[in-house]
Design a protein around this ligand. Structure first.
Ligand code: PRP
Ligand code: URA
Length: 209
């Protein structure tokens, strides 16, 4: 597999284990989603552009790097991706946030788009698509299609868990999009849920089941 980054840091893996546990309640699950999203987002932003500015420390004048411009876009896939966007926006508060609304049809498991509102200058931004779960890959592909159709070209996909089937599909459809995840799990089950997975991410974040 190419263009995939598995964040194997012990802190990430520790938090992921607690998220997977079915005994973990909504409050803890939401907090862990927040923390894990920041750790994954930190890795996904490793190569974002910086520029040197002149500053003066208490000791000397120097040139020091800052983020170049305000050219980041966080694009959560609704609804589970919202929790990730909130978390990552904490450390890049100038990033613009676009939303793509999508749900999987319970019968066909195919994604259905119901909403799309993006920053107007999406084509000049480094775009981070956020969704905790990459299962069949259908939602990720449709979201990336929608972004590219509006001119976005520099796109990364950040998720908490990914299934091998979904990764293969996304990579076939969008080989230019790097995927960042905390784990590549074993497989999908008959309901197209990730195994061992963590269940329904949206329901566990928002307490809807
Ligand atoms: C989940 C998840 C992804 C999608 C992944 O959303 O948050 O968006 O499924 O599955 P896929 O890779 O097979 O497309 P869901 O449809 O449960 O909607 P929700 O976020 O509103 O709960
Ligand atoms: N969506 C989820 O929330 N969980 C899965 O395992 C697959 C899709």
């Amino acid at each position: 597999m190419q263009n995939i980054h598995v964040i194997s840091h012990p802190l990430v893996q520790h938090k992921l284990t607690i998220m997977r546990d079915k005994e973990t309640g909504t409050k803890a699950f939401r907090e862990l989603t927040h923390e894990l999203s920041q750790l994954l987002g930190y890795e996904a932003m490793r190569n974002i552009r910086t520029e040197l500015i002149d500053i003066e420390t208490p000791v000397a004048k120097t040139k020091s790097p800052v983020l170049a411009g305000r050219k980041l876009a966080l694009i959560p896939i609704l609804r589970a991706g919202l929790a990730m966007a909130d978390a990552i926006a904490d450390f890049v508060p100038n990033a613009k946030i676009g939303h793509i609304g999508m749900y999987r049809d319970p019968e066909t498991h195919l994604p259905i788009e119901y909403y799309c509102k993006l920053p107007s200058d999406i084509e000049v931004r480094d775009v981070f698509v956020l969704d905790p779960m990459l299962a069949t890959g259908g939602s990720a592909i449709l979201a990336i299609d929608a972004l590219k159709a509006r001119g976005a070209s520099n796109i990364k996909f950040v998720c908490i868990l990914a299934a091998p089937e979904g990764i293969a599909k996304v990579q076939a459809a969008h080989p230019d999009v790097a995927i960042y995840t905390a784990s590549i799990d074993e497989k999908l089950n008959d309901h197209q849920y990730i195994v061992p997975g963590l269940g329904d991410a949206g329901d566990r974040i928002f307490g809807t089941k």
